[in-house]
Write a protein that binds this ligand. Structure first.
Ligand SMILES: Cc1cc2nc3c(=O)[nH]c(=O)nc-3n(C[C@H](O)[C@H](O)[C@H](O)COP(=O)(O)OP(=O)(O)OC[C@H]3O[C@@H](n4cnc5c(N)ncnc54)[C@H](O)[C@@H]3O)c2cc1C
Length: 461
């Protein structure tokens, strides 16, 4: 069914203006709330538009829950500490991996996190619009003037002085004409695979931990000593031999060589599915990937029940309602963060945040996961400023970074830090009556530091 060649003409029409904002944040996922809260706390009228019915995106709906690195300051740490204070996250822990130890923030309880993100947004005056899809930016003479949204109310316009694109796929920046590359930008279309998380109920976590301590099939792990610790801090990555054995015995094919298990509030989260080479901008391919993930989830649940101590009575609890997409567009900004920048932790004069996330590359054509802890790196403000369009900022996993740098900057601590910085920069640009491209970076940095955000690698504790 190839409809690609056919087109129809959609008639032009008048649409209502729903509201006017200073700052419109597109996407209320891992990144958007940080941008929205940061701008709203600086007195700006902020509208954040989210296509689903709750906040957090991959962090909550995607069941990811665990930042791959410590949260080093600012709003991300504030929110994590808030979650800890209400039993929605545990203590940070040291994880052992093949290439070194990594300090990781504890996972959060995604339902508590949804509540906290929503409350913080509302308390800081953010107007959230749930179940509303942003169709496109409205651009006049190269400057973004607002966005067109679609909801049960139909098609409407929301005006904005600055739009922050936190849609993960950079929907706004791409439609506004900013240049981008997909994945590694090579002929082979190298791109990290998609996955779908699920949870399992009724796992005997202590039995699992006791077995894992002596297993030679789990090269990366964090196994706390106490029962309380296990409820939030058990993290196991490996199971390669188990996977090989299971596939040989059953004839079931899985597309992944490892499984990650982690606990949050005593519930077991499983990251074990993988579909490579998916064009997520094709609804047909996207759907096929979800169908394939469901097949894999059933198979992995069987594997865990049959082969891993502690899972004997386990049942599937929840399947993430969203497909986890790791990589799509990298918008080209005033600067593109390179793999060397991110791995060597280079100094940037205009850094908006140091990030201590691990390097987490999923081999696009299968194979093992490379999860490496390394020195903090810095994200320049210029990576948030797309080329070719004014009054638009990008934050989250679509910032200007190459394929290798993205393996660090796509991690949630970095996404949150870029969201926070974009919100602050938008507010300051409006106050100073300058474009976001020309915002006085020193003022942005001073503000971020006053929020407790380390800007440079040597400021991370
Ligand atoms: C399977 C998987 C496992 C991962 N594991 C980890 C991990 O262990 N640790 C870690 O730190 N990182 C991990 N990551 C990476 C990390 O989770 C993501 O890169 C990060 O959450 C992306 O944040 P984001 O805000 O850019 O996107 P999202 O969290 O996806 O948020 C984007 C939001 O925008 C909304 N949206 C999109 N388009 C529109 C539109 N047009 N209109 C309205 N709303 C829109 C979406 O609904 C969503 O809520 C993982 C990723 C995947 C896929």
């Amino acid at each position: 069914m190839d409809m690609a060649q056919r087109t129809i003409t959609e008639p032009a029409r008048q649409i209502p203006v729903l509201m006017e904002a200073d700052v419109v944040v597109v996407g209320g996922g891992t990144t958007g709330p940080f941008a929205a809260i940061a701008a709203a706390r600086r007195g700006k009228r902020v509208v954040m538009i989210e296509r689903f019915g709750s906040l957090g995106g991959n962090l909550t709906l995607g069941l990811n829950t665990k930042p791959s690195g410590a949260l080093v300051g600012g709003l991300p740490l504030e929110i994590w500490n808030l979650a800890r204070s209400v039993g929605g996250a545990g203590e940070d822990y040291m994880a052992m991996s093949k290439t070194g130890d990594v300090k990781i923030a504890s996972p959060c309880d995604p339902e508590i996190m949804k509540i906290l993100l929503t409350r913080l947004c509302v308390d800081s005056g953010v107007q959230i619009l749930f179940e509303t899809f942003v169709s496109s930016p409205v651009v006049e003479s190269g400057t973004v003037k607002g966005v067109i949204v679609e909801s049960k109310a139909g098609r409407q316009f929301i005006g904005a002085k600055v739009v922050i694109d936190c849609s993960a796929d950079a929907d706004m920046a791409a439609k506004a004409g900013a240049p981008f590359i997909m994945g590694a930008g090579d002929a082979a279309k190298t791109m990290q695979p998609v996955s779908m998380y699920f949870t399992m109920n009724k796992v005997d976590i202590k039995r699992l931990a006791d077995w894992a301590r002596t297993s030679d099939d789990i090269p990366a792990r964090a196994i706390p000593d106490t029962e309380e610790g296990l409820a939030y801090g058990l993290w196991l990555t490996g199971f390669n031999k188990t996977l090989q054995r299971f596939q040989a015995e059953t004839g079931i094919k899985l597309q992944r060589d490892n499984i990650t298990l982690k606990t949050a509030d005593g519930l077991m989260y499983v990251n074990a599915t993988r579909v490579p080479g998916v064009d997520v901008f094709s609804p047909v391919e996207f759907t096929a990937a979800i169908v394939e993930c469901y097949r894999q989830i059933e198979a992995v649940a069987k594997l865990l029940r049959e082969q891993i101590p502690g899972f004997e009575n386990a049942t599937i609890g929840q399947i993430a309602p969203v497909l986890g997409v790791r990589e799509t567009r990298h918008i080209q900004g005033e600067y593109t963060l390179t793999g060397e920048d991110a791995i060597e932790g280079r100094f940037f004069e205009d850094s908006i945040g140091a990030d201590a996330s691990a390097l987490d590359i999923h081999e696009p054509r299968g194979g093992d996961v490379d999860f490496r802890g390394m020195r903090p790196y810095e994200i320049p403000y210029r990576c948030l400023v797309p080329l070719g369009v004014e009054q638009l900022l990008i934050a989250g996993r679509c910032i200007s970074a190459d394929h290798t740098a993205h393996a660090r900057s796509r991690n949630m601590p970095a996404c949150m830090a870029t969201g926070q910085a974009a919100g602050v920069a938008a507010a300051i640009a409006i106050d100073e009556n300058v474009t976001v491209r020309k915002v006085p970076i020193k003022k942005v940095q001073d503000e971020l530091q006053s929020m407790g955000m380390p800007l440079h690698g040597d400021q991370v504790n």
